[in-house]
Ligand binder design. Structure first.
Ligand code: RP5
Length: 164
């Protein structure tokens, strides 16, 4: 069974990452969601990656804040695509997490998305787009979603637009 695996470094990441899970649900994509830390529970993280891959995880999403090494640790443990979501918070309000997540050495990629809710949602979209390469039903859902978004722009404009 194909699914997306979401791993958060702390329960404090859940409020934002719920948006990631909700987006996957909206597209009917199966997912697992756990808390495991690169620093506080490295053994659990390592074991989980292996078990998730065996169960069918096709894309990993890692969310962590501060000295955020979780996405990098995942990238070290799998050759599946890893998407990193830097979390806001701490003394630098996420700048530290963003740089830790994005600055991977050559050959060990982490697809890093934005800080905050947009990043959590986009991590899900990226995972869905990866799965949709070999899933036509999912590809159609993504195209329909774009049409809805395009229509919303027009409708929102109509409510307030001023034209001469
Ligand atoms: C990171 O440290 C977590 O991913 C979280 O974003 C941050 C703070 O964790 P808590 O102290 O709130 O558990 O490892």
């Amino acid at each position: 069974m194909d699914f997306v695996s979401i791993i958060m470094g702390s329960k404090s990441d859940y409020e934002i990452m719920k948006n990631c899970a909700d987006t996957l649900e909206m597209f009917g994509v199966k997912y697992e969601l756990i808390i495991s830390s690169a620093h506080r529970s490295p053994a659990r993280t390592k074991t989980y990656i292996k078990e998730a891959e065996e169960k069918g995880a096709k894309v990993f999403i890692a969310a962590a804040g501060m000295a955020a090494h979780l996405a990098g640790a995942l990238a070290a443990g799998t050759t599946k695509p890893v998407i990193g979501v830097p979390m806001k918070g701490g003394a630098m309000d996420g700048m530290d997490a963003m740089l830790s997540t994005v600055q991977m050495p050559a050959g060990m990629p982490v697809a890093t998305v934005a800080l905050g809710k947009a990043g959590a949602v986009n991590a899900a979209y990226l995972a869905i787009q990866i799965l949709a390469i070999f899933d036509n039903e999912l590809a159609i859902k993504l195209k329909e979603d774009r049409i809805v978004k395009e229509k919303k722009v027009e409708n929102d404009s109509k409510e307030i637009e001023v034209l001469i």
